[in-house]
Ligand binder design. Sequence first.
Ligand code: NAD
Length: 366
Amino acid sequence: MKHRVTLIPGDGIGPEVAGAAQACIDATGVSIEWSVHAAGEGAIPKFGSPLPEVVLDSIRRDRVALKGPITTPIGKGIRSVNVALRHALDLYACVRPAKLYPGVPAHYKKVDLVIIRENSEDLYAGIEYDDGTPEVKELIQWVRAHGGKAIRPDAAISLKPISATASERIVRFAFEYALTHGRRKVTAVHKANIMKFSDGLFLEVAQRVAAEYEGRVLFEDRLVDNLCMQLVQRPETFDLLVLPNLYGDIISDLCAGLIGGLGVAPGANIGEQAAVFEPVHGSAPKYQGQNKVNPVATILSGVLMLRHLKEDAAADRLERAVAEVLQEGRFVTYDLKTDRKDTSSVGTQEMAQAIINKLKKIPVPA
Ligand code: NAD
């Protein structure tokens, strides 16, 4: 069966890693008709917008996309295209497996956990009021009038909405994912001791949903600060983490650090109507155009995409090819060398080619 997939190369290193992943996916023999669309900085000159409607329409039609990272300027300026895309398509569940492959330099022997991050609200909702504006002044007065604490007049304010609806949706997604992917335990992560209403609601909903899965999937909860320490000390004690948006973002990078870095950390954003697969890492502009960075995070995002397309045999072969190249450690990028100045490291394209060469030797199941 021929699949249709929207490909968004993205900014910075995006085109290099997305191109490498596309070549590896095509080498599996799965038939894919790619629609390539610019989003991010590259789309602005032609469309006047970093997220043109034509991109959203293409994903809505294909229902599946593979995406390179897109740059978000820090502070003032345009809001994140990545966040806008997740909101526009209601890709409410971010799935990020963190698996340590043999051969990858890391401080641990075994790490194999999955992060499920809520994608639609929390401090990522983009509800912010800049300092000195009439809106923020009004809000500060409103908070004081309604029994809240005094806020300094020169403050900027970001709101953190956490709803029962979105919490229930993501926690249920996490439990269903656990059941269908052979995961034994779900850990809900929060800071409900301090944010009693927002994180408190997330925890309360998680406990309620967990009760429905009692006897099938174990459940526990952790304060996010405590989780950070325990992840660093004993990552093998965790199986599947479900978190509100901001904690999910931060813990994703922490977990990438446990498994060898951002160069090997894949991800997926999933909704009812569409799914967008992308690496955890950003556009690393300082490495743009140097054929230097690791393509594996995007290739493994492609493996997740193939599984989503029910092309499990191709996904298994591609994952095995990646694992073999990682284990041999010969054709790997600089970030996978114990000494980062090791001159035997190869470039993005050479690593992708080594994966394709391995793939060709792995038999296609009859
Ligand atoms: P980044 O992930 O782009 O890079 C941080 C560092 O991680 C790099 O300097 C590099 O040392 C390492 N790294 C990242 N990807 C790598 C790879 N494939 N191989 C080897 N090393 C790799 O994070 P940043 O510098 O904070 O962000 C750069 C831009 O990317 C920002 O504009 C940010 O908003 C954006 N961003 C986009 C996404 C997305 O598109 N989903 C995600 C995160 C960040």
